[in-house]
Unconditional design. Structure first.
Ligand SMILES: Nc1ncnc2c1ncn2[C@@H]1O[C@H](COP(=O)(O)OP(=O)(O)OP(=O)(O)O)[C@@H](O)[C@H]1O
Length: 300
């Protein structure tokens, strides 16, 4: 199994600009090919909760390998519900899902590993950072001596290489979120599911983590499914954005961000960025109007 930290990724999620030095950039990349293999297929999946709430109308969605796909939409449109189906934390009431073209029992095999990072870092306060990051390996029965270098590599990758012996209370909010990401990365996932991971952070810290995350995604050929409420964040990070509408939760529109990677501040300041944000904002306004309860009968 490949080690997490490799010389090619020394600056990922550290204190510097996320833009790597030109000589390190292997190639410029836009979107993964439309015919890239599917990592996740959501096939007419629906979710009706025990109290009768229709969290998701039948949804069809393919997440292709190498995509950075963001879900955005008004509150209650089913973003977290869809993510929880994909994470297999909940089952669809109808329809089905495929993970790497197979059932969930195949998840965890080489090339089919998946991790989830939530908005709350959910670190155990009584455990040091290294022990928190090691938890998924402990659960998988990996011996401490084998886990130690993998934990250190994951911490290095998110810029917390020196913080393994600290306790969560000794870290800032941004650092705690980095630790949660390290815990997500320690199993060397191919697919990272992220539910508003930076939603509670100030804008400066959030921009920095966004830049470092997209750098990490690009350099490690990850597939990321990312839930956010932020237009700027979605445009900056994504290769494709799926806009959802509520009542019932459903896919409303899509927007491809055909912008090469790596992305940095130059993209954020460019007219193209502003144009994408305006287009996404217009789609969100339409999605919000379509989510109005008075329109519910149009989507029984
Ligand atoms: N366990 C549950 N029981 C009943 N209804 C639920 C349950 N979980 C979610 N819902 C409802 O399903 C719908 C979708 O919820 P979900 O949390 O997926 O939306 P969301 O888009 O993630 O919202 P937000 O942006 O506010 O986090 C909402 O109407 C919500 O109230």
């Amino acid at each position: 199994m490949a080690a997490l930290a490799q010389p090619a990724y020394p600056r990922a999620m550290q204190g510097e600009s996320a833009c790597p030095a030109p000589e390190r950039v292997p190639e410029r990349m836009t979107r993964p090919a439309a015919n890239a293999a599917p990592a996740i297929e959501v096939l007419s999946a629906e979710k009706v909760f025990a109290d009768g709430t229709r969290g998701l109308a039948p949804v069809d969605l393919t997440v292709r390998e190498g995509e950075f796909l963001s879900l955005i939409g008004p509150s209650g449109c089913g973003k977290s519900t869809l993510l929880s189906l994909i994470a297999n934390l909940a089952e669809p009431s109808d329809g089905r899902l495929l993970w790497w073209r197979g059932g969930f029992e195949g998840v965890g095999a080489e090339g089919r590993r998946m991790s989830v990072v939530f908005q709350d870092a959910t670190l155990m306060p009584w455990l040091r950072i290294a022990a928190n990051v090691r938890l998924p390996l402990d659960l998988a029965g990996v011996k401490k001596v084998q886990a130690a270098p993998r934990v250190q590599a994951a911490l290095d990758l998110v810029g917390l290489g020196e913080k393994g012996r600290s306790y969560p209370r000794q870290l800032s909010g941004g650092m705690r979120m980095r630790a949660a990401i390290a815990r997500g990365l320690v199993t060397e996932p191919n697919l990272l599911l992220m539910d508003e991971p930076f939603g509670a952070l100030d804008e400066f810290t959030r921009n920095k983590l966004d830049a470092d995350l997209v750098d990490l995604w690009w350099r490690r050929s990850l597939t990321v499914l990312f839930v956010t409420h932020s237009i700027y964040e979605a445009v900056f990070l994504s290769t494709r954005i799926v806009v959802m509408a509520a009542r019932p939760g459903r896919i409303f529109a899509e927007l491809a961000i055909d912008e090469p990677h790596p992305r940095g501040d130059a993209f954020r300041r460019s007219p193209r960025f502003a144009d994408y944000c305006q287009r996404l904002s217009a789609l969100l306004t339409e999605a919000s109007l379509a989510s109005d309860p008075s329109n519910a009968e149009a989507h029984p």
